[in-house]
Structures are given as C-alpha cells and as structure tokens.
Ligand binder design. Sequence first.
Ligand SMILES: [Fe+2]
Length: 401
Amino acid sequence: MSIDYALTNEEHLADLDLEQLRQLVGLVEYDGHLDPFPVSGWDALVWIVGNATQTSHFFQSAFGMDLVAYSGPSTGNRDHHAFVLESGAVRFVIKGAVDPASKLIEHQRKHGDGIVDIALSVPDVDKCIKHARAQGATVLSEPHDLSDENGTVRMASIAIYGDTRHTLVDRSRYRGPYLPGYVERTSSYLQRTGAPRRIFQALDHVVGNVELGMMDQWVHFYNRVMGFTNMAEFVGEDIATDYSALMSKVVTNGNHRVKFPLNEPAIAKKKSQIDEYLEYYQGPGVQHLALATNDILAAVDVLVDEGIEFLAIPDSYYEDLELRARIGEVRAPIEELQKRGILVDRDEDGYLLQIFTKPVVDRPTLFFELIERHGSLGFGKGNFKALFEAIEREQNARGNL
Ligand SMILES: [Fe+2]
C-alpha cells in the first residue's frame, strides 16, 4: 500500500501535502495487501473533561486550534457538550457532561480530565473487527452506520488499556464537519496578530502508561489484534537512572502514521513517574500526545506567551560537550534551543527537536510533547539518559545525589 493510498482522506490532511506529512511524522511506504487490520491514520482524540466549554476555549486560545463542529442540547444531544477542534490534520473532540446523570461524569470523577478514545481512520471497519474479534479483542460496539444528509460514517469500537478505546472510523462516504448529529460551528476567537497560522500540523504519537508487567502484554495486543509492528524499545540502560525509571516499547501501523509508545514503571530508588500517573489516573491511560510542528521555536514562543509551561531543562544539558559533539549541526543555534529548553536528538537517519509541557490538566497525568523531525524516526532516546543524567549532575553539584 503506497502512502498515497493510505492518506487519501483529504479532509484529514487539511492543506498539508504528503511530502510535508512524511517529514513531519516520519511516514514510510508499506504493502498493505497482507495487513489484517489496515489503519490509514488518526481520526480523532476524544477527551472527557470537567468543563468542555472552557477546555475548548483553552485549545483555541492557547494552542491555536479552530472550532469546526459542535453537538449539545441545542442540536438535540441533551447529555453533553462536544466541541470539535482542529489544527492541521489533528482533531480533538472535547466532551463534558450537561445532564447530571450523564455517564461522562463517572469517567471524569475517576480519571480527571483525560482521553477516552484514540479514534483511528480505517478503510474497512468490518474487516478490522472480524480480525480483532478472532484475536480475542473486546468489541465495545459492533460495526454500524451513522447517517444524515451529509452521508454515512461506518464505525465500531474495541477496548484497549484501562477505560480507553479505539473507535475505528470509515468516513470515506461522509462530507459533514465530523459525525452525524454534529453541526458546523465556528468561534469568534481571534488569534493574536503575528501568531503562526498553526502551532502544530499533525499528530506524531500517543503514549499509553500501563501497569508494571503489562507493557509486553499490550505490545502483543497491538501485534496480534491490530497487526502493528515493533519499532523501538527502551529498557534497562536507556531509560533507567536511579530516580526516573521506566520501560517503553513502541508499536506502529504499516505506514508509521500511527505510533504508540507504551510505558510501564520500573523499580528504582524513588517512585517512577509512571507510578505517579497510574495513581492519579486511577489506572492505565494516555500519558502524552506528541504534536508535530514544522517550527518548534515559533511554536514554543507562542505557547509561552499564552502561559503554557514547559519542563525546565538545566543549562548543563546544553553545555555537555559530548552531547554537542553527538548532535552536530542543527537548524538553529544551540543558544536559541537553550533559551527555550528545546531538546535535540540525532540518530543514523537525522535529528529531531522536542520539548515537553507540564501537565495540562489538574492531575499530574496528561501532557504534550512538541516534536520537529528532520529525518530521525526516533523518539528522543538520546535525551532520556542525557536529560536525566544532566539533572543528576546538577543534583550532585548541590550535594543532593
Ligand atoms: Fe513522546
């Protein structure tokens, strides 16, 4: 299957061309004829939050997304508000309860604000569900059509880790703004003058945190049920420092449009960051979304102006001669990266720039990564150790290690 075939859903691509997308998220060619569960790309990330009205404003004002569709009491949905936001090829659906008896309230009470559904675009919903069922997946909703005057969407859902799901969506016969039941909606929000048209253009990867001992089980689930292949793994030395232990493996679909790193905690002297997540999210769930941008420096500047907070990177990271030698020439002076706390990693294919926000919800659970790829298909492996060791050198200098 060529990339062209896998990505023909033009409304997903907004005004991105394939070459841009290939560069942004590291696409590869693959033969889909033998794929038992062909996935074209991302359809939407569906959030359940405590206040969808305000969260949707936050994603417009701080992250520069556009409101495009809505469902709620005024459209006949008396249960909840749902705001559909887009930035390039990325679609968020933000849901919050209106009816005090809504089931969404229970999800939000347990998990806090979070992502309930990583919806994927597939060309053949029935084929995927047939294969998933045969491989033992839990089918949460059977293949069914939703129709209105804009056409028909076929969809079905399977369960993944925790209370999270994949809804599989074929919208090739649909022209509406999102799904039947949603109406087109825009907002009067005006971006600041001089702000880039979009802060981010595509989704690169979505990371799941699972319990100790469950990472391999979920890797096998993606291999067996969804035909995903293993892309990278970070165990032992890669991610283990005394203080920040976790293990991670990455699975991907055929064209690498959809990438799922899966983390589990590792035993260390202090509580793993993954354990903290599991405690506050009350189980496994989505930890971070990596948003692909073609200008991470401009993106960070805009986000900082909007009050978004990023993890602070010690100066020692940038002053490390070994790191400087390893990363070589990148598109911006290292001082410009240092000023913003942007990390660099290089591998045999190229390099990437990345940065991490602090949690964007009330609990220490969900955060964003911004990533700008220049050929590298990796996840910043070099930074795991360099970053943590740089932090520990700082600790050592203070006599706290
Ligand atoms: Fe990431």
